[in-house]
Design a protein around this ligand. Structure first.
Ligand code: F6R
Length: 605
């Protein structure tokens, strides 16, 4: 959330900062801004809304300079406005910031009493006033930044730029990710390596509490105790860091289309063709685990909800599941035989990370399923299992969801084998089922034209209800979430059997009801609930396979999925959930990749 970039360059940096911000825009798009120092003068440009507005502002009023910082904002304190946009400036210092300064009210009161004039509603502005005050006392910029950091509470990443200093950026990381890029006679910093992909492949990830002094020649890194320290430089694969739409209209469309390849790749990493077992770190041992605690947010949480069925069914393992923002504020009973499993695409979600830190001292092992192997959640886990989905830029998670499911399914099978619940034959049969997922997902994607037509009807609805039973219930939840976030249609999901306990009162002739029901052991029960909806004139869209559709009889709207083994059905049925949301949003003309109010990588609590 919020994207930060900084460049100490050999040439004009504004165009490069703007390019980097384009790659970071998925982290927030309420406003954007750039500050540079040119001939000693600190200056900045800011604009509300998408980056194109900042780009236009720079055409009218270019911002020269060979050192600069930039920011894309997802608003927390204060709405989207030029005054609240970053960089913020007071006196000789400008700052860009991601995260929340929790003690900003106290600092603001103190600074106001001392005469500081605030011009925004942000927490960030306290940082520039503090630093400016230190500079006024005659200390060096490095000392001013160091003293300012000591006064801040909360989780943040930030960068300072100083008037009169054309060879200096100071940055700090506490809770929010930040990395340094190494060039030749140039240095960079970014919220993630993606921001720097066009500039360098040599990256140093800052550790929690680090702060760094960057000049054109290099970086001096200090830890939370201000001791100078060394952090490794790694070479990243630029191909996996580059982001483009590859001819698709949206990142979301590209990422949905990538799913067969992504799932094949994930499978190849854990159980390549011909292998009879699953290759996982040897220390990952479920045999002595008495309870699996799964924690995540949003779509990743729905992946966990599907996996709960798998771990219970195939591994006989008791699962406790919670959303991270709730989990950490209750008093979960934790024990030394528990394993905790965290699922996160970004690996930086603040609530999930906080929940991980909360359980770590109390459980046997902390495992994570992540897409970004260098992320905080990955680094703080005992075992981190990548899903190998590549960068996901569309704000609505798609390929990460199916890849999370694939890896969680592999884990459930491994747990089943280790715990003696699955015998070798059943294990092998289920592993074979998982190998067929990419092909079935490709077949599900082929139904896009049917889904496009059906979505037209949905695009006129005020509310939509999603129903499912068993593993299809989390799919219904995921379908409703996708529809809400990108089409802005109110959608709810219910366990099909729960409908008659209240929500059926909502059903009338104007309510589309989408039912996920493959022809499995729960099919007849789900179809009975569907009939109850149809008896009240609800407009049902049944998503099932050929057998299911034949058995269901007369249903107003139908979508045929391939017939797949029950085990893998949730991965395949994720595709219509995604495509329905995508095409409904297209019919409504909303911004699919950057829906209002949202941002990818939620690094605030
Ligand atoms: C919805 C979506 C979000 C994320 C959630 C967790 O499409 O993308 O609900 O799933 O914010 O994010 P990660 O997986 O990065 O922890």
């Amino acid at each position: 959330m919020c994207g930060i970039i900084g460049i100490l360059g050999k040439h004009e940096v504004s165009p490069q900062i703007l390019d980097g911000l384009k790659r970071l825009e998925y982290r927030g798009y309420d406003s954007a801004g750039i500050a540079t120092v040119n001939r000693g003068q600190l200056d900045l440009r800011r604009a509300v809304g998408k980056l194109i507005n900042l780009s236009d502002a720079l055409v009218h009023a270019p911002l020269p300079g060979r050192v600069g910082i930039g920011h894309t904002r997802w608003a927390t304190h204060g709405g989207p406005s030029v005054a609240n946009a970053h960089p913020h400036r007071a006196g000789r210092v400008a700052v860009v910031h991601n995260g929340i300064i929790e003690n900003f009210r106290a600092l603001r009161d103190e600074l106001t009493t001392e005469g500081a004039q605030f011009s925004s509603e942000t927490d960030t502005e306290t940082i520039v006033h503090l630093a400016s005050q230190y500079l006024e006392q005659g200390v060096s910029p490095i000392e001013a930044a160091r003293s300012t950091l000591k006064r801040l509470e909360g989780a943040f990443a930030l960068a300072f730029l100083f008037e009169g200093e054309e060879d200096l950026i100071i940055c700090a990381r506490r809770g929010s990710p930040l990395c340094i890029g190494h060039g030749t006679g140039e240095m960079y910093l970014g919220s993630d390596a993606i921001a720097l992909a066009d500039l360098t492949d040599r990256i140093t990830y800052l550790e929690e509490g680090d702060w760094a002094v960057l000049t054109h020649d290099g970086a001096q890194i200090f830890d939370a105790e201000d001791r100078q320290t060394n952090r490794a430089m790694t070479r990243i694969n630029l191909d996996t860091a580059r982001v483009d739409k590859s001819g698709h209209k949206h990142f979301m469309a590209k990422e949905m289309a990538e799913q067969p390849g992504v799932l094949q790749a994930a499978m190849g990493c854990y159980a390549g063709p011909g292998s009879t077992g699953i290759t996982l770190p040897p220390e990952l041992d479920f045999s002595a685990t008495d309870r699996l605690i799964m924690v995540a947010c949003g779509t990743a949480h729905y992946a966990c909800q599907v996996a709960k069925y798998w771990f219970e069914k195939y591994a006989g393992l008791a699962v406790e599941l919670d959303i991270a923002s709730e989990f950490r504020y209750r008093d979960p009973v934790l024990g030394p035989s528990n394993m905790a499993l965290f699922v996160s695409q970004s690996g930086e979600t603040a609530d999930t990370l906080a929940a991980l830190r909360h359980v770590k001292p109390h459980v046997a092992q902390v495992v994570s399923v992540i897409n970004v192997p260098t992320s905080s959640i990955a680094r703080e886990s005992d075992v981190a299992l990548p899903i190998h989905a590549g960068p996901e830029i569309g704000v609505a998670s798609t390929k990460a969801f199916t890849a999370q499911l694939q890896v969680l399914a592999l884990l459930a099978l491994q747990a089943g084998l280790q715990r003696g619940v699955l015998d070798a034959r059943d294990f092998a049969a289920h592993l074979e089922d998982l190998r067929t997922v990419p092909g079935y997902v490709a077949q599900a994607l082929d139904r896009e034209e049917d889904i496009r037509r059906l979505s037209e009807l949905l695009s006129r609805a005020r509310d939509v209800l999603f129903l499912g039973r068993g593993v299809m219930f989390p799919l219904a939840l995921e379908g409703a979430l996708k529809l809400k976030e990108i089409s802005y249609i109110h959608a709810e999901a219910y366990a099909a059997g729960e409908l008659k306990h209240g929500p059926i009162a909502l059903v009338d002739k104007d309510l589309p009801v989408i039912v996920f029901a493959p022809f499995d052991g729960l099919f007849e029960k789900t179809v009975s609930n569907m009939q109850e909806v149809m008896a009240r004139q609800g407009k049902v869209l049944l998503i099932s396979d050929a057998q299911g559709l034949a058995h269901a009889g007369d249903v107003p709207y139908q979508l045929q999925m391939p017939s797949v083994p029950a085990f893998i059905a949730p991965i395949v049925y994720a595709v219509p959930a995604q495509l329905i949301a995508y095409h409904t949003a297209l019919h409504r003309g909303t911004d699919v990749d950057q829906p209002r109010n949202l941002a990818k990588s939620v690094t605030v609590e």
